[in-house]
Design a protein around this ligand. Structure first.
Ligand code: 5GP
Ligand code: MG
Ligand code: MG
Length: 197
């Protein structure tokens, strides 16, 4: 059990299970991409650990870069996505793979598609380590999914609760009591402002 700020989290997905999912995704993507040199783009902050482990498993030459978006407040996703660092390189004609830590409502992904609408990329693929099918509200295709999870708030492996928990090497799930359900639905008093994706 882990305590971060006011909430308790219990072990949910082990480092080994994450490693297996990442290995599978890396070899699937390498097989599909063939001899092209892809540009992997992580969405900061949450995806830093996914990207770092993923590219070590990618068996061929590739480029790696990041964009930075923010959408989450505390334990709830918001539609107000801020672009903190945008694209800094010309991606014309390139094979781009977005690497996400988690896809929840899909709001962040919608922003990614807005960013790429005017880029003349050869192809744009979406890969995510975690996916919450019950929460997803968009129609964008998700090309590679590591692990599907229920619609509950998780932390660890890059994912934070109000800034904490990113350094945990495995995934923890929020421990819900009735009291905590109220906190999740209505938010803790005054907490949870400005957490970044
Ligand atoms: P979406 O825009 O799809 O609702 O959420 C995307 C971003 O919100 C993710 O990249 C991640 O940073 C954050 N997020 C979504 N679900 C969770 C969760 O269960 N735990 C944490 N810590 N962050 C989440
Ligand atoms: Mg993210
Ligand atoms: Mg966050």
């Amino acid at each position: 059990m882990v305590k971060l700020h006011d909430k308790f989290f219990k072990p949910f997905i082990s480092a080994e299970e994450i490693d297996r999912a990442m290995t599978r995704m890396a070899s699937e993507i390498a097989k599909d991409i063939g001899d092209e040199i892809p540009v992997f783009i992580g969405i900061l902050n949450g995806s830093f650990m996914v990207v770092s482990d993923f590219v070590k498993k990618y068996p061929k030459p590739c480029e790696v870069t990041f964009i930075k978006l923010a959408s989450y407040e505390g334990v709830k996703s918001t539609e107000d996505i801020q672009r903190l660092i945008g694209l800094t390189q010309d991606l014309t004609g390139r094979t781009v793979v977005i690497l996400e830590d988690i896809i929840d409502t899909g709001n962040t992904l919608a922003e990614v598609h807005r960013i790429f609408k005017n880029e003349q990329v050869k192809s744009l693929k979406i890969a995510t380590l975690f996916y919450k099918p019950e929460a997803y509200k968009k129609d964008f295709k998700l090309h590679y999914i590591g692990i599907e999870i229920p619609n509950k708030f998780i932390v660890g492996y890059g994912l934070d609760y109000d800034g904490l928990g990113r350094n945990l090497p495995e995934i923890y799930q929020i421990k819900q009591t009735e009291y905590m359900t109220n906190l999740v639905l209505f938010g803790p008093p005054g907490a949870g402002k400005g957490t970044q994706a």
